[in-house]
Design a protein around this ligand. Structure first.
Ligand SMILES: [Zn+2]
Length: 428
């Protein structure tokens, strides 16, 4: 279009055009700078609802949803996915918080949340806070990126976004009211702990969880249910065929089940405060190799791959020392039928680590252990075919990958959410 217009211009207009063209690079630079301020794509975090993203980037919810077609527009954007942001048509509000006034309208809500009702009314273009409101989204200015959290939450974060099946899932946030909380992921409850205004949620999914969207729901007190899907990306798994012979093949299903039930009675209990104060260390310093990872699909004696490895195996010489990875209380220290010489440590907040097949158990039940403290020695007792240490970690009664928990420093991430410092130089 532009090129055609130029050919029909008279000479006089051409000289004006030349001047305009000369100025063009400047205006072009300005528009690039403006584009940089407003991104065209957004990686979704908790609280990035359609409304929050629309207000944040100055677009209508309809335009935003049209740019991100979804078979179910009632579903919020999934945490861990990327949303396309169309060009803004309204003034963007990069910072702030969206709140919902419920029973009693704005006045009662403002009083309960220590807000000035006149200020809230003004920010939302209302001439007075004296009017009935029910579930009207209201804008509150803050200095943090604009998000829509459950009522009463000042912040909410997800660890390791996007999450993967079989890894620990952590939530942390700041809350302004001490209302009872109920949190679920998909159909499973998330364990929730609070320390004054600090909130920590912890759970895990099994390694068989199919990638895709699972809805996180949070119900705080009498508020409306807040929900947002979380997108799980696929994990990478190894496959191994195992042949059981000799002693290992003689362990009956009943013994396996009995031991499991007894341990789950312990693993399902959660002590209400973290006992650790440092990142988790590896429980073994000198090992030959990692022979099996968490989540490795297993087939026994030619059967289907219907089980997976619930821990990490370190092959090592018999007698190699095994150390506590972080502080905690010993809750199991004995010879078990399947797991052999076993130690289980309660680290608090429903986090347990276990050490199995050991030739010698050094720790005792009730011991408070420090990171790096000797708890046992590598062996091949119980359901084992050679000297190795099997290390497992449970969160909220679910086995998760102990190795990624350690490598991603989930321990410090949780402590920061709890409002206590993490000593990054653990005592050894
Ligand atoms: Zn193992």
């Amino acid at each position: 279009m532009k090129r055609q217009a130029v050919t029909f211009l008279c000479k006089k207009s051409r000289s004006i055009l030349l001047i305009l063209l000369f100025l063009l690079p400047l205006s072009h630079q300005t528009s690039v700078a403006a584009q940089e301020q407003l991104p065209t794509a957004h990686f979704v975090e908790p609280g990035d609802t359609w409304l929050a993203l629309a207000w944040r980037y100055g677009v209508t919810t309809a335009d935003l949803q049209a740019a991100n077609p979804n078979p179910n527009p009632a579903k919020q954007p999934a945490i861990g996915t990327t949303i396309q942001i169309p060009a803004s048509t309204l003034p963007p509000r990069p910072n702030g918080r969206i709140i919902h006034a419920l029973q009693g309208g704005l006045l009662e809500f403002a009083a309960a949340h220590n807000l000035n009702p006149w200020r809230v009314a003004l920010e939302n273009g209302m001439d007075s806070p004296y009017r009935p409101l029910y579930d009207q989204p209201l804008y509150l200015p803050t200095d943090t990126p604009l998000r829509e959290f459950p009522n009463g939450f000042l912040s909410l974060e997800l660890s390791n976004n996007p999450p993967q099946p079989g890894r620990a899932i952590g939530l942390r946030g700041e809350i302004e009211t001490a209302e009872p909380l109920s949190v679920t992921l998909g159909t499973e409850p998330v364990a929730v702990f609070s320390n004054d205004s600090h909130l920590v949620g912890l759970t895990g999914t099994g390694a068989f969880l199919k990638p895709g969207d699972y809805t996180l729901t949070i119900l705080a007190g009498n508020n409306l249910l807040w929900s947002q899907p979380i997108n799980f990306v696929a994990g990478e798994w190894t496959y191994s065929q195992l042949t059981l012979t000799g002693e290992a093949a003689t362990i009956d299903q009943e013994s396996i089940q009995q031991e499991r039930e007894r341990l789950f009675a312990i693993w399902n209990l959660a002590s209400p405060a973290p006992q650790w104060t440092t990142p988790f260390q590896l429980p073994i310093e000198s090992y030959l190799e990692i022979t099996s990872l968490y989540g490795a699909r297993r087939s026994y004696n030619g059967g289907p791959y219907n089980t997976y490895h619930e821990g990490v195996d370190f092959s090592a010489y018999g007698g190699t020392p095994v150390y506590a990875p972080a502080a905690g209380t010993v809750v199991i220290a004995e010879r078990l039928v399947v797991r052999g010489g076993a130690v289980i440590i309660d680290h608090g907040l429903g986090i347990y680590t276990g050490y199995y097949h050991m030739s010698e158990v050094v720790a005792q039940v009730g011991d408070h252990v420090e990171p790096g403290q000797l708890i046992g020695k590598v062996g091949t007792t119980g359901f084992s075919t050679g000297n190795h240490l099997h290390w497992d970690l449970l969160v909220n009664g679910v086995w998760v990958d102990a190795k990624t928990w350690q490598e991603q420093d989930m321990a410090c991430w949780v402590l920061e959410g709890w409002g206590t410092p993490c000593n990054s130089q653990p005592v050894n």
